[in-house]
Design a protein around this ligand. Structure first.
Ligand SMILES: [Zn+2]
Length: 228
């Protein structure tokens, strides 16, 4: 579904990915759970492009539901991968960051490895840099859910790719639940930073992208976060 001009939302299992068609660049944000590559490449073909046309893959964080299909997509497309420094290290080991309750974390660490990509194939994102997509896509370090987490904001379209720094499950704008948050204070601070941008569209990692929220709704969450 096209959620903004040339920005397509695709649900992959339990998480969202986004395709930005900004030729000559075609950018994928996150890759979903493992084995989603055919669905993502199918969407790309449906939009009139070949796998090799994908130029960049941006990673919000290295959880298996966001980088599960990264290795397969890299193999199929050769796209430039961009991720935070810690995420790049974890991706090279096929490991998810630690931020889950103990038993869930053990299950993930033991049984849920994903396809790895060599670290030298990943270029490292830096807070405050601007990428040449959507007339300038801002890179924002938004630690909290995981310690190395990035969000991306396009001021020209008002679109925020929030990863898991903000959640839009059940039609509500909120923070990802505390039980799977690595650093709650950082998560609050990151969310405040994102809400201050007054995003017109919140394209999060989970939940239907939000474009009908009111400034009151944003302000309410903003005030709650400020008081905590
Ligand atoms: Zn997630």
């Amino acid at each position: 579904m096209e959620i903004a001009p040339n920005v397509h939302w695709l649900e992959t299992g339990s998480s969202n990915v986004y395709l930005i068609i900004d030729t000559p660049n075609i950018v994928l944000i996150d890759t979903g759970t493992p084995r989603q590559q055919d669905k993502i490449l199918g969407k790309l073909r449906q939009l009139g492009h070949q796998p090799a046309d994908l130029t960049h893959i941006l990673v919000t964080h290295a959880d298996i539901d966001h980088v599960g299909s990264l290795a397969a997509l890299y193999k199929a497309t050769g796209a430039q991968i961009m991720a935070g420094a810690d995420s790049a290290r974890l991706i090279s080991q096929g490991k998810s960051p630690k931020h889950m309750p103990i038993i869930a974390q053990w299950i993930i660490d033991t049984f849920m490895k994903y396809g790895a990509v060599p670290q030298d194939k990943i270029s490292v994102l830096k807070d405050g840099e601007t990428l040449p997509f959507l007339s300038g896509l801002q890179v924002l370090a938004t630690p909290g859910h995981t310690l190395d987490h990035f969000s991306f904001f396009g001021p020209a379209t008002g679109i925020l790719f929030a990863g898991d720094a903000i959640d839009t499950r059940n039609g509500r704008i909120n923070l990802t639940r505390p039980s799977i948050t690595a650093d709650k204070t950082a998560a609050r601070r990151s969310a405040i930073r994102l809400l201050e941008l007054s995003p017109a569209i919140i394209a999060a990692g989970h939940g239907t992208p939000s474009s009908s929220h009111t400034s009151d709704e944003i302000m309410q969450l903003f005030n709650t976060l400020r008081q905590e």
